[in-house]
Ligand binder design. Structure first.
Ligand SMILES: [Zn+2]
Length: 176
């Protein structure tokens, strides 16, 4: 049995006891999260949220890409979220390679170059990466000015989130 067949069986059991059919579309906690796709992060579990509580936008690295920005803008302007949270994590796969290496490898293996993706967004420093994602949101002309944007590193060994100050000098303020 393929894994997809296996999880479809799980879903049958899930649907049998499903009781959340009355939820509305706007997230109840008015929270939007951009998180890495890493399988060790079960975002609702580590945040203690439930169905209907938050938007969770995930990709490799927890990067504020053009597509993540698109989702955040829809999340705020159409569905009312009022706080944005970025979650990166320790032991992230994006720390283990460089864009140009993967690009060259895939070009070689497939024998062709591509227009997209232009970038993989691999990074060398977690804190710097989190800061850059905060900055990408805050610097966007359509970013809502009244919405807090806070960044965190999730420790895959302890399950704990640690806040990363948007600017290194204001680290103490962010942790207060
Ligand atoms: Zn990751």
């Amino acid at each position: 049995m393929s894994v997809i067949d296996e999880v479809l069986k799980n879903n049958e059991a899930y649907a049998k006891s499903f009781s959340q059919g009355g939820l509305v579309m706007p997230p109840a906690k008015k929270l939007a999260v951009v998180a890495c796709m890493d399988a060790r992060l079960v975002v609702s579990r580590l945040l203690g949220t439930r169905e209907g509580d938050a938007h969770v936008i995930r990709n490799a690295g927890g990067i504020v890409t053009e597509d993540a920005l698109r989702s955040l803008l829809i999340s705020h302007y159409l569905l009312g979220t009022q706080e944005f949270m970025i979650i990166n994590h320790t032991d992230c796969g994006m720390l283990t390679f460089q864009d140009h290496e993967l690009h060259a490898r895939l070009q070689k293996e497939t024998g062709t170059d591509v227009l997209a993706p232009q970038r993989f967004y691999a990074f060398a420093d977690l804190e710097t990466n989190v800061r850059h994602q905060i900055q990408k949101i805050r610097a966007h002309p359509w970013a809502p000015k009244n919405v807090p944007v806070r960044g965190f590193i999730y420790d895959v060994k302890t399950g704990r989130l640690r806040e990363v100050a948007a600017h290194p000098k204001s680290r103490d303020a962010a942790q207060a």
